[in-house]
Design a protein around this ligand. Structure first.
Ligand code: GLA
Length: 549
C-alpha cells in the first residue's frame, strides 16, 4: 500500500484504478491453531449421513454400543459425533444451548458419559450463523458461551457449520481520533487523524458538524474515511512507559444510519483486535468505542482499518475467533471446576467456499474443503477431485476434510465402497463413518477396518497424498513414516483399464522417498506382490490398487 499524507487528488484517483487485493491478507494467517489434538486425522462416527433429524438418545446409545461390539472402537473409531438436530428450539434463560427435551431428555452430558464408558469421545455440532442448517439455535455471537457449555458436558469435538452465516462487513467507520491510556486513568492526549500516517485510500475530510446537536462535542475538526475493505489504513506511533494493557479509545464520526461497521486495530503489525459498531447509530453522531490492547514499552504502531477484503477473510477471522473461544473455554471450565482440561477438536465446516485450506491451520484442526457428500459415485469423485489438489495444506494437527464417509450407505458396490475408503485414507482425511453400524454387513466391516488402509490414513507423518499422474487412471503417492511410501492407482472411468508406468515416475518424485528395492505389499489384501504388478496390470472400472513399499 502507498503512503498517502495530506490531500493529494492524484494519489486518491490512483487508488480508484488500482486492482483490488482478492486474496486473504497473509498477515493474520500466520498463527497456528494448536490444541495438541488430531496429530493424525480424527476417526469416528457421525449421525448425519444416514439419520439426519431422526436421532434420539436411545438410538444413539444403541449405535455407540454397536460401535464397541463390532470392534470399530478398537480399530480406532473413537469419536461419536452428533450432527444437526440434537438441540431444543430455544436457548434456556441463561442463554445456553440445551438438548431437545423430547429426543434427548437426559441431556448431552449423560450421553457423553455413556459414550465415554464405551471408550469413545462425544462430538457435537452447531453452526456459525444465527441458526443451524436445520434451523435450531446457532452459535454465531455465542461462540464462547457454547464452547463453555460443551466443555461442561465433556464434549471433545465440535463441528461448526456455515449455514446462515453473517459475514463481517467491509465497511469501516469514519475515524476522528484516538486516545491511549492506562486503565483507571483519563486520557491525557487525543490524537487527531492529522497526526496519523494515512495509506492507500485513507483520506481526511473536514468534519461539518450539524448545528445544535446535543451530542456533537466537536472535539475533532477532521475525520478519516477510506478505511473500508482493507484498502486504506491510518496509523499512529504511540509511546508508553511500560509493557502492559492499555485502553484504546477510538472516536468515530458516524454519518450514515443503518450500516454495521467494523474496525480492525492492529498493534505493531501483529495482533488484530476487532471493534464492531452496531447499525443503530443516528446521523451525525459521535460514537466512542474502546478496546483493551497490549502495548510494549516504547513506541507502538497502532493501525486502524477494516481488514475484510472478501468473504474468505471474514470466514477466516470468524472461525479463528471460534477456535480461540474453544481453547479459552476448555481452560476456563477446567480451572473453575478443578478438573483436568479436555481440549476440543475444532472441525471447521465452511464447505470450501472461502478457501479454508489457505487459513484453516490458523483456526482449527480440520476444515471441510467441499460441499456435502451424497451417497452417489459422482459425488465421491467430485469431492476427491477437489480435495486431492490441496495436499500441501495438511499436516499433523490440521487436515483437509472432504466430508464424511458414505461407505455402507446407499447402494454403493463393493468396489465403490473400497475405492471411496482407500482414497480418503490416501488423502489423510478424517474417517467419520455415517453408516448404520447396527446392521453393517461383513463386507463393509472388512473395508472400514482394513488395518493397512487405516494405517496409511493414520500415518504419523500426516502427509496427504500427492497426485502425480492425472488421467483415466490417477496415480497418488504418499510418504509414510519409516521411509515407506504408499502408492495408489485409481481408475476413475467406468471401464477396465490397463496401466503401464515407468519406475522413474516414483524414483524422480521428490515428495516421496521411493525405495526401488523395497518389499511391495498390496495394502488391500496384505499380501506381498511384485514390481511387475506395481508397474503394469489391469485395473477394474472405478477401482483402486494400493501398494505400500
Ligand atoms: C450442512 C453440513 C452437513 C450437515 C448438515 C446438517 O449441510 O455441511 O455436513 O452437518 O449441514 O444440517
Amino acid at each position: 500500500m502507498r503512503k498517502r499524507n495530506g490531500a493529494c487528488p492524484i494519489c486518491y484517483a490512483r487508488t480508484l484504478v488500482t486492482p483490488k487485493e482478492r486474496k486473504i491478507p497473509t498477515l493474520y494467517n500466520q498463527k497456528v491453531f494448536d490444541n495438541g489434538l488430531c496429530k493424525t486425522p480424527p476417526m469416528g462416527w457421525n449421525s448425519w449421513n444416514v439419520f439426519k433429524e431422526n436421532i434420539d438418545e436411545n438410538m444413539l446409545y444403541e449405535m455407540a454400543k454397536a460401535m464397541k461390539n463390532s470392534g470399530l472402537v478398537e480399530a480406532g473409531y473413537n469419536f461419536f459425533n452428533l450432527d444437526d438436530c440434537w438441540e431444543a428450539k430455544e436457548r434456556n434463560v441463561k442463554g445456553e444451548l440445551v438438548s431437545d427435551p423430547i429426543t434427548f431428555p437426559s441431556g448431552i452430558k449423560a450421553l457423553a458419559k455413556k459414550v465415554n464408558e464405551l471408550g469413545m469421545k462425544l462430538g457435537i455440532y452447531s453452526c456459525n450463523g444465527p441458526l443451524t442448517c436445520q434451523h435450531f439455535p446457532g452459535s454465531q455471537g455465542y461462540e464462547y458461551k457454547d464452547a463453555y457449555t460443551f466443555a461442561s458436558w465433556d464434549v471433545e469435538y465440535w463441528k461448526l457449520d456455515y449455514c446462515h452465516n453473517r459475514p463481517y462487513t467491509k465497511y469501516a467507520p469514519l475515524v476522528a481520533g484516538i486516545a491511549v491510556s492506562e486503565k483507571g486513568v483519563k486520557p491525557q492526549k487525543l490524537y487527531s487523524v492529522e497526526e496519523g500516517d494515512r495509506y492507500g485510500s485513507a483520506h481526511i475530510f473536514t468534519t461539518k458538524y450539524p448545528k445544535k446537536r446535543w451530542n456533537s462535542t466537536q472535539r475533532f475538526k477532521k475525520h478519516c474515511s477510506g478505511l473500508d475493505a482493507a484498502e486504506g489504513s491510518i496509523e499512529w506511533n504511540i509511546s508508553v512507559e511500560k509493557d502492559g494493557e492499555y485502553v484504546l479509545t477510538v472516536f468515530t464520526h458516524e454519518v450514515y444510519y443503518g450500516y454495521e461497521k467494523l474496525l480492525g486495530v492492529q498493534v505493531n503489525d501483529d495482533k488484530l483486535y476487532l471493534i464492531k459498531i452496531p447499525a443503530d447509530i443516528r446521523h451525525w453522531q459521535e460514537y466512542i468505542t474502546q478496546k483493551v490492547i497490549s502495548l510494549k514499552e516504547g513506541k507502538n504502531k497502532i493501525k486502524l482499518f477494516n481488514p475484510i477484503n472478501n468473504n474468505s477473510t471474514s470466514d477466516m477471522l470468524q472461525f479463528q475467533y471460534a477456535g480461540e473461544c474453544i481453547q479459552q473455554a476448555t481452560k476456563d471450565y477446567a480451572a473453575e471446576n478443578g478438573v483436568e482440561e479436555k481440549p476440543i477438536v475444532f472441525s471447521i465446516c465452511e464447505w470450501g467456499s472461502g478457501e479454508p485450506h489457505l487459513w484453516g491451520k490458523s483456526a482449527g484442526n480440520l476444515w471441510r474443503t467441499t460441499g456435502d457428500i451424497y451417497h452417489n459415485w459422482k459425488s465421491v469423485k467430485n469431492l476427491y477431485e477437489h480435495n486431492v489438489e490441496l495436499y500441501k495444506y495438511a499436516d499433523a494437527g490440521h487436515f483437509n476434510d472432504p466430508d464424511m464417509l458414505e461407505v455402507g450407505v446407499g447402494n454403493f458396490s463393493h468396489t465403490e465402497n473400497l475405492s471411496h475408503f482407500a482414497l480418503w485414507c490416501m488423502m489423510a482425511s478424517p474417517l467419520l463413518l455415517g453408516n448404520d453400524v447396527r446392521i453393517m454387513s461383513d463386507d463393509i466391516k472388512e473395508i472400514i477396518t482394513n488395518p493397512r488402509l487405516i494405517a496409511i490414513d493414520q500415518d504419523p507423518l500426516a502427509k496427504q497424498a500427492k497426485r502425480i499422474v492425472k488421467g483415466d487412471v490417477d496415480v497418488l503417492v504418499r510418504p509414510l513414516d519409516g521411509g515407506k511410501t504408499a502408492i495408489c492407482y485409481f481408475n476413475k472411468t467406468d471401464s477396465n483399464k490397463n496401466y503401464i508406468f515407468k519406475e522413474n515416475i516414483f524414483e524422480n518424485e521428490e515428495y516421496i522417498d521411493y525405495n526401488s528395492n523395497g518389499t511391495i505389499q498390496n495394502a488391500i489384501t496384505g499380501e506381498n506382490t511384485t514390481k511387475d504388478e506395481l508397474l503394469s496390470g489391469e485395473i477394474k472400472a472405478r477401482s483402486v490398487k494400493v501398494f505400500i513399499i
